[in-house]
Every structure is written in structure tokens, then in C-alpha cells.
Design a protein around this ligand. Structure first.
Ligand code: ADP
Ligand code: MG
Length: 689
């Protein structure tokens, strides 16, 4: 028997049971060992009745004082017990004659269950129990805490325990499941070896802390979490090494074009922008591909930074592919890049699913040094680059990790890989970034351009909608523009679209002097684009939209943002939406309209938004409220679908896991494969994405 054999090779497992186990994620023999108990029961000692408390699960042995059937609202069998220290009542609603005969006064019972407060003192409802001959006969206890596993219909705890026990016993066999982590790496962190950890998790000694084991804070669980983090980081970093072993064109022009670019901007880059541009230029100068993630809050000016990289590539004679998640955003980048780059003589092409431009295609294929801006169509619709030197991916949290990795493989043939610049407006704490983006270098734009007036945020119940409409009227009368965002609970774009249509009509009637426009995901792309363009050009005063506008749209004259049903959105999304205003020099406001009553989490979220505009601060709060899987985006869950590790709980392990991953890659590369196979599953996510 091998740890990697399918579970059917275990004794007593047929296809039906194997199916059920597969439903729990257990496919190979060793998977049973990664199936962690939800909680533990303490059957290692007999508790005295006096020591019971409501909510406590306990094993007891006691004598029956009295048993009777009550015919109240519900017929029930009540069995009163004593052990000399105290009393307890067992209560059964379902019982048969045999049970009644067996539970006679004077007999002894051994029972396991949860004590609860009943009408007359503590009771256990439907405990597991057995009638025993006497007190002594009941005192045989379990040698270890009893695990309670996530189970499924038709698969009992007893069965699962038996199966896990079978595999635990196999750990004795030499070579069955060797510990992939060398002792020197474990010892650094004081972590137990693999076998000890697994035994502690599935068969904890009586003195182990069951709460810590269940919560994952126990060293035995942390040991597995650490191994899992090492596995992920080692795979990502192996990819990184492989990519960096490839060639990329060194982009090392003399910088004259970049100086002209800066001079033509009409504003001074912030110190943070200058620093990040410097980091990028240093990467580009090398003959190995840059792999850099730029994190910068909404409005921090990431586009200019990417444009500087593109100008450098162009000056060196290479092309840039600039990818945005939506057509709207691609359009916007196209507009800004054209304005900045055309005067320098660098061509900018727009490539979306709809816009095929033969001339542009020919120029791109011919290798003319320019910038192609587009959606994923850039890589899908046969767009050919003659001399691709740099790819830029904007708003990367909108793309999945698979997409991100797949893009990398659009190499340039003889010239090797293009350099890669990835930008995200979802700032995440460093330790989380270390795990999720272990394959990337990161730069942070931690400063907003000057002259931004902070957005004042208020939360207003929907009953005061009328006042909000008055505010819009005032803003529009003053020549300013406003957004009104409609959201719905299921995130169904079609329902939200209908809500937006209805709201737009309602607001058009309430605001006769204002031009009201509409933008949602169900509109024809060009109609949506027309509305957005009209809004950008100031021909629309109020734009009613769904969350399609969340990503990156830049209209500096918009100074009022109303978000309906704000209580339903996550912090990150609210922050992104709010980031659409406060981009000009007028004072901006964000109104979070909510439907009372607010739940506790929604209340906290809205409070966080009122109190801070700092994306990192908001991300930290978001992490506390939602957990890392969601913070990184559902589509990215490929990167964070951890089995044991919890990126928040185990954040402190991330730096050590990264160091360990690098050590393994250098000193024990063979172990990295074992780890990847164990933790990243059959698809080997990063290894061959
Ligand atoms: P984001 O980081 O959210 O993508 P953008 O790149 O869209 O931000 O920039 C937001 C706005 O700020 C744009 O209008 C951009 O031209 C402007 N901007 C960027 N950098 C500066 C700066 N250093 N000074 C003034 N305005 C800037
Ligand atoms: Mg942007």
C-alpha cells in the first residue's frame, strides 16, 4: 500500500464508499490524513455529574434513580441519574419498549452527550448511552480524544475514525509517508515532524487542547499549515526561477523619450510614482524577464507608471501590450496613452473584441514600437506582435491567477519572454501578498497625487432618499456631476440592470433640470460606451449605473457618489466605487444608502469607510471581516484554496515559509515535487499553468 494509492485500495472501501469520500475531498489514501476533525470529544475520562456545565460534552457513568414516561405536549422518557456527586436527567423523545425496560431504577448507565439546562436542572437529550453492569464496568475510557470529522450522508463517524485509524497505523511502515520537510527547517520553527503532527491531530493525547486543535492554532496543525504554505510558495517560486532563467530583451534606452514624456504630462509624478518607476526601469534593464506587481490604491496614478514603462520599451525599440479587464477601461487607457504618447511619436493601438483595425494589426505584426491597449482580446484574437517586449496587466484582481500565469506564456519566440508588469488596486497586507504573489516582486505606490480633497462619506438610511436626490440637484446645478450606483443582493447583473433602469427613470423625473444617463452590463457595449463618454465629456450630469463602473473609470468633475444598498457590498468594492469621486479639486461626497436595520458586520463596514480612506487600512479591516479567500477575489481562489493553512491565522508563518521554500529549491529540489503533488493536487496549479 502506497500513500498515493486511491482509497479503494484500503480494506473495506468499495466504489460507493469511495464516491462518498471523494465528496469530502478524500481520493488518495493519504487524503484521509489531511481530513481534519472539526472538533473533538473527550471520552478519556468519566466526568462527575457535579462537574457538568451547560454546553459541555462529557462521558458520565451513573445509577438510575428513577425512570418514567411523561405524557406532556410531547411524550418523553425521562431517566433521572445520580453518581453521588450530583444529578442529571436523560431525556428521550423517541424510544421503544425495549429501551424503557432496560432503563430501570437501580441499573447503571454510561452515557456521552452534551449537558443542557433543562426545566429541572441539567439534562442530556438523546445521548449515546449503554446500560452497564455496575460503576466499574463503565470506567473503561478512550485512550485519546475522539475526533469528530466533517462527514456526509451515509458515512458515519465510526467508519471515518476506523479508516483514518487504519492509515495512521501505516505510518509505522518505513517509507509510507516520509516527512518532506528536512529537520533543519522544522527545528527553526519548533514544529513537530509530520507523523507526530498527524497522530496529534487524529488521536490527540488526553491532555491536548482540543479547542486549539480544532481552531488550527495548535502546533500540530500549524505544522501542516506551514508545509502547505511552503508547497505553494515553492511552486510559485520555482515558476519564477524558471521564467527568470529565460531571456528577455534588456530595455536600456538613454531615457530621452522618457524625459520628454514626463515634461509633457502637465503634472509632477509623486515621490511614490518616481520610486516605482525607478524599480521598474531597473528590472527592464536586465536580460531576464521582469515579474513585478504594482499595488496602488485607487487614484494613486498607476496608469502613468505603466505608461513610463511603455515609453521606455518603445524607446528601446519594443512593443507593449497593455491589458485592461473591461472595454470601457481599455478605451480610457487608450485615450490617456494616446494623449501622452502621440506627441512623442509613439503609436497607440486599440484592440478590443469588436474593434479590428487592419492598419494597426499590420503595424503590430510588423514590430513597430508602439503600445497596443485592449482587453484579453489582445492575446486571444490572433493579435500578433512582431516585437513584444513588455506586457502590462491592469486591475489584475479582476483576472484569475490562471489567466495571469497563462499570459506569461505568450512569449516572443527567439527573443524570449516579454517583461511583465501587473497592477492592482487591491492593496493587501505584506504577509498575504507573500503567499499569494510569491512569484512576483512587489512595488507599492503609497501616496496619492497632491491636491486631492478627501471624500466625505456618510451613511444614510433609505428613508431619507429624498434628501439625497436634493443633494444631487444642488451638485448638478453647481455644474458638478454625480454617480448613482444600483446594487442587488445576488450580484445578478440582469436584475441590477433592471433596477438601474427603473432608478434612472425615477431620478430623471425627480430631476427635470439634469441630464440623466444609464450604464449597465446588459447594455450593448457601444450604448454603454456612449453613455460613459457623454458622462466623461460632461454632457450627462447624473450617471445611473451598476457596479460595472467599479473598475478604474476616471471622471475628475464627478464629485458625488451615491451607492444604493451599500450594506450589501464588501469593503473593497465600496472603496473602489468611492474612488470614482474625489479625483478633481472640488470637495467630493459619498453617500452610502442603506436599508435598515443594519447587521453587525454591515455596520462595521460602513463605519470603516466613514473613518478612513486608506486602502491598506480598509484591506486589513476587510480581511478581518471576510477572510483572505474573498479579499483576493473569488476568481483568484485558485491561489488561496488552502486545505489547512489560513492566510490570516497563519500570516506570521509566511516569511519563514518563503525562506524555507527558497532553501528547498536550492538544496532539496526533489522535495518540491513531492510537496506540490501533495498540496496542489492533480492540476499542479502553478507548475504547468
Ligand atoms: P489608478 O491608480 O486608480 O489607476 P489613475 O492612473 O487612473 O489611477 O490616475 C488617476 C488620475 O490622477 C488620472 O487623472 C491621472 O492622470 C492623475 N494623476 C496621476 N498621477 C498624478 C500626479 N502625480 N499628479 C496629478 N495627477 C496625477
Ligand atoms: Mg487604474
Amino acid at each position: 500500500m502506497n500513500a498515493d494509492d486511491p482509497v479503494v485500495s484500503l480494506e473495506g472501501i468499495g466504489p460507493a464508499l469511495a464516491d462518498k469520500l471523494a465528496g469530502l475531498g478524500v481520493e488518495r489514501v493519504a487524503d484521509l490524513l489531511w481530513h481534519r476533525p472539526l472538533r473533538y470529544e473527550d471520552r478519556t475520562r468519566v466526568a462527575s455529574l457535579a462537574s457538568l456545565r451547560p454546553g459541555l460534552h462529557a462521558l458520565i457513568v451513573a445509577r438510575i434513580e428513577h425512570a418514567e414516561i411523561r405524557h406532556g405536549r410531547r411524550r418523553s422518557l425521562l431517566v433521572s441519574l445520580t453518581d453521588g456527586s450530583g444529578r442529571l436527567r436523560l431525556r428521550f423523545f423517541h424510544f421503544g419498549d425495549r429501551q424503557v425496560r432496560a432503563l430501570q431504577a437501580g441499573g447503571w448507565v454510561r452515557a456521552f452527550g452534551e449537558a443542557r439546562a433543562g426545566p429541572q436542572g441539567l439534562e442530556m437529550v438523546h445521548p449515546e448511552y449503554r446500560v452497564v453492569a455496575d460503576r466499574g464496568a463503565g470506567e473503561r475510557v478512550a485512550p485519546t480524544l475522539t475526533p469528530v470529522y466533517p462527514a456526509t450522508q451515509g458515512l458515519t463517524q465510526a467508519r471515518l475514525r476506523h479508516l483514518v485509524g487504519q492509515v495512521l497505523a501505516m505510518l509505522e511502515r518505513p517509507g509510507f509517508l516520509p516527512d518532506p520537510l528536512p529537520a533543519e527547517i522544522r527545528d527553526d520553527r519548533g514544529l513537530p515532524d509530520l507523523h507526530e503532527a498527524l497522530r496529534t491531530i487524529h488521536a490527540p493525547p488526553p491532555e491536548a487542547d482540543p479547542a486549539a486543535l480544532a481552531a488550527g492554532t495548535h502546533p500540530a496543525v500549524r505544522r501542516l499549515a506551514f508545509e502547505e504554505l511552503v508547497a505553494h510558495q515553492a511552486s510559485l517560486r520555482a515558476r519564477r526561477r524558471a521564467l527568470q532563467a529565460l531571456q528577455a530583451p534588456p530595455l536600456r534606452p538613454d531615457g530621452g523619450l522618457l524625459r520628454r514624456f514626463h515634461a509633457g504630462l502637465g503634472f509632477e509624478p509623486t515621490a511614490a510614482q518616481r520610486r516605482v518607476i525607478g524599480e521598474i526601469l531597473a528590472d527592464l534593464a536586465h536580460g531576464r524577464p521582469m515579474l513585478r506587481l504594482v499595488q496602488g490604491d485607487v487614484g494613486s496614478g498607476k496608469t502613468v507608471v505603466a505608461a513610463a514603462a511603455a515609453v521606455t520599451a518603445a524607446e528601446a525599440g519594443w512593443q507593449t501590450a497593455f491589458m485592461a479587464p473591461t472595454e470601457l477601461l481599455a478605451e480610457q487607457h487608450y485615450a490617456s496613452l494616446s494623449a501622452w504618447l502621440a506627441p512623442l511619436g509613439v503609436p497607440v493601438w486599440l484592440v478590443t473584441g469588436r474593434r479590428g483595425d487592419a492598419e494597426a494589426a499590420a503595424a503590430m505584426a510588423g514590430g513597430e514600437p508602439g503600445v497596443a491597449v485592449g482587453t484579453h482580446a489582445l492575446f486571444q484574437e490572433g493579435a500578433g506582435f512582431g516585437r513584444l517586449g513588455l506586457t502590462v496587466i491592469d486591475e489584475q484582481h479582476r483576472f484569475g491567477v490562471h489567466q495571469r500565469l497563462a499570459l506569461r506564456d505568450k512569449g516572443t519566440g527567439d527573443a524570449g519572454m516579454p517583461h511583465q508588469l501587473i497592477m492592482t488596486a487591491t492593496p493587501i497586507p505584506r504577509t498575504l501578498a507573500m503567499s499569494a504573489y510569491a512569484d512576483l516582486d512587489t512595488s507599492v505606490i503609497d501616496e496619492l497625487p497632491p491636491g486631492r480633497t478627501p471624500v466625505t462619506t456618510v451613511a444614510v438610511p433609505d428613508s431619507r432618499r429624498g434628501e439625497v436626490v436634493d443633494r444631487i440637484a444642488a451638485a448638478c446645478a453647481a455644474g458638478r456631476q454625480a454617480y448613482w450606483v444600483c446594487t442587488l443582493i445576488e450580484e445578478s447583473e440582469s436584475l441590477a440592470a433592471r433596477a438601474a433602469e427603473a432608478t434612472a427613470e425615477e431620478l430623471a423625473q425627480a430631476l427635470p433640470a439634469a441630464q440623466v444617463g444609464l450604464a449597465h452590463g446588459r447594455m450593448k457595449a457601444d450604448a454603454k460606451e456612449r453613455a460613459m463618454r457623454a458622462f466623461k465629456e460632461g454632457r450627462i450630469d447624473l450617471l445611473v449605473a451598476t457596479t460595472v463602473i467599479e473598475v478604474g473609470v476616471d471622471v475628475p468633475n464627478a464629485s458625488l457618489m451615491v451607492i444604493e444598498n451599500a450594506e450589501r457590498l464588501g469593503l473593497a468594492q465600496l472603496h473602489q466605487l468611492r474612488g470614482r469621486v474625489g479625483r478633481g479639486d472640488v470637495e467630493s461626497h459619498c453617500v452610502l444608502l442603506y436599508q435598515p436595520p443594519l447587521g453587525e458586520i454591515a455596520r462595521r463596514r460602513l463605519a470603516v469607510l466613514r473613518e478612513t480612506a486608506d486602502g491598506f487600512e480598509i484591506a486589513r479591516e476587510d480581511l478581518k471581516l471576510r477572510g483572505p479567500g474573498e479579499v483576493l477575489g473569488r476568481r483568484q481562489s485558485g491561489a488561496v484554496a488552502f486545505r489547512v493553512a489560513d492566510l490570516l491565522r497563519d500570516a506570521d508563518l509566511a516569511p519563514a515559509a518563503q525562506a524555507a521554500a527558497d532553501r528547498l529549491l536550492t538544496a532539496h529540489p526533489e522535495v518540491v515535487d513531492t510537496l506540490a503533488a501533495r498540496w496542489l493536487g492533480a492540476d499542479r496549479r502553478y507548475a504547468d499553468a
